[in-house]
Design a protein around this ligand. Structure first.
Ligand code: FAS
Ligand code: PHB
Length: 389
């Protein structure tokens, strides 16, 4: 088999890249280790920056997002038993974020790919990358008991943090990592969101909490838990009781509880691999970087990588220009590190770090300053909506 771009991974990065390349007439094939249902079963991000919304429109897959996505003009911080709004829209000259789940975005991209008759090989096992330091890269994989070879011009490693792409070049990568001493226990429920027009981030003596949503009838909540906790330690009742005591009394009263339809614990880490290009192999999305979800940046950073990478490939094939592929890594890393900073800062500000009483006093001082300072509130707002490209 042969294609122009072999994409490893059918998560949001791989699917969005494939769709943008297809729209520009660049041939691509996606190789995915799991089944499509497995990919859709992973409940992850929920907040889209404008750059991601615009990319979905550019890719021609925004119809459902435009209809069902819910625009948010502000976020709220809960600390000291009170809620404090940050007017994101007003502080950024009108910018907003959109609540639309990663699962729905992935579904829309999968449907569009299928409708266009584009090739996605699911359950592709033992994917291996070859020859990307030359001009004839090749990807091999196993499927239905046979080994297949896919010749290509470029390989896009969109296979996430645990994928084969970065692992293949591990000796040529400089890794920067910070692992946080806690995780997020997330719960999805078919209950009306307690705060349908503002994501609520809480910092209480009991730990971090987050009140978010997927629609007007589906809510997404998180509480910080120790890394030693297991999902089975947390009944629904225990989760709801813990969430209620981590927000202000008024909001606590309004929370509508119900049965969980998904519950999972995600570890938190900051991670960046440098560089993101190795000859004809390019890393995009979680394959190249991870942020703690406190800043709602993970999926949005992946989308920006894909914007730069799709443009680079299109320029190469359509304009015979190497400019995009030669500057891809440097351009992405400039944006990645700023998102890493914001996500690290929000995580450090909003979580309970066991035994760090001085850090706790710093958090109290910073939060008190933040909600009274237009300068710092503006800095938070412009990072939250996404810095300009
Ligand atoms: P993904 O990891 O989504 O996709 C990679 C794909 O590659 C997967 O389908 C995988 O099966 C496949 N793959 C892996 N190895 C392969 C191989 N060897 N061969 C072929 N295919 C292979 N971000 C937020 O903004 N907010 C959140 O609340 C949030 N919560 C998260 C919770 C969890 C548990 C995790 C892990 C991440 C969360 N994120 C969140 C970040 C998340 O949304 C990512 O940024 C987003 O999934 C990135 O998309 P991809 O780069 O496509 O990587
Ligand atoms: C979510 O809705 O899943 C979500 C929202 C904001 C975040 C992280 C996750 O910062």
């Amino acid at each position: 088999m042969r294609t122009q771009v072999a994409i490893i991974g059918a998560g949001p990065s791989g699917l969005l890249l494939g769709q943008l390349l297809h729209k520009a007439g660049v041939d691509n094939i996606i190789l995915e280790r799991q089944t499509g249902d497995y990919v859709l079963g992973r409940i992850r991000a929920g907040i889209l920056e404008q750059v991601t919304v615009d990319l979905m429109r550019e890719a021609g897959v925004s119809e459902r997002m435009d209809k069902e996505g819910i625009v948010h003009h502000s976020i709220e911080l809960v600390f000291g038993g009170a809620r404090h709004p940050i007017d994101v829209h007003g502080l950024t000259g009108g910018k907003v974020v959109t609540a639309y789940g990663q699962t729905e975005l992935t579904h829309d991209l999968m449907d569009a790919r299928k409708a266009a008759g584009l090739a996605t090989v699911y359950e592709a096992d033992n994917v291996r990358l070859h020859g990307f330091d030359g001009t004839n890269p090749q990807v091999t994989y196993e499927k239905d008991g046979r080994t297949h070879a896919l010749d290509c011009d470029f390989i896009a490693g969109c296979d996430g943090f645990h994928g084969v792409s970065r692992a293949t070049v591990k000796d040529r990568v400089t890794e920067y990592e910070k692992v946080y001493p806690f995780g997020w226990l997330g719960l999805l429920s078919d209950t009306p969101p307690v705060s349908p027009h503002a994501i609520v981030y809480g910092n209480s003596e009991h730990g971090f909490s987050l009140c978010s949503m997927r629609s007007m009838t589906r809510s997404r909540y998180y509480v910080q838990v120790p890394l030693t906790d297991k999902v089975e330690d947390w009944s629904d009742d225990r989760f709801w009781a813990e969430l209620k005591r981590r927000v202000d009394p008024e909001l606590s009263e309004k929370i509508v509880t119900g049965a969980s339809i998904e519950k999972s614990i995600a570890p938190l880490r900051s991670f960046v691999a440098e560089p993101l290009r190795f000859g004809r192999l390019f890393l995009a999305g979680d394959a190249g970087h991870i942020v703690p979800p406190t800043g709602a940046k993970g999926l949005n950073l992946a989308a920006t990588d894909v914007k730069y990478l799709s443009g680079a490939f299109i320029d190469y094939f359509k304009e015979r220009s190497n400019a995009g592929i030669d500057t891809y890594s440097e351009r992405c890393l400039k944006r990645i590190w700023k998102a890493e900073r914001f996500s690290w800062w929000m995580t450090t500000l909003m979580h309970r770090f066991p035994g760090d009483e001085f850090g706790r006093k710093m958090q109290e001082a910073e939060l008190d300053y933040l909600v009274k300072s237009k300068a710092l509130s503006t800095a938070v707002a412009e990072n939250y909506v996404g810095l300009p490209l």
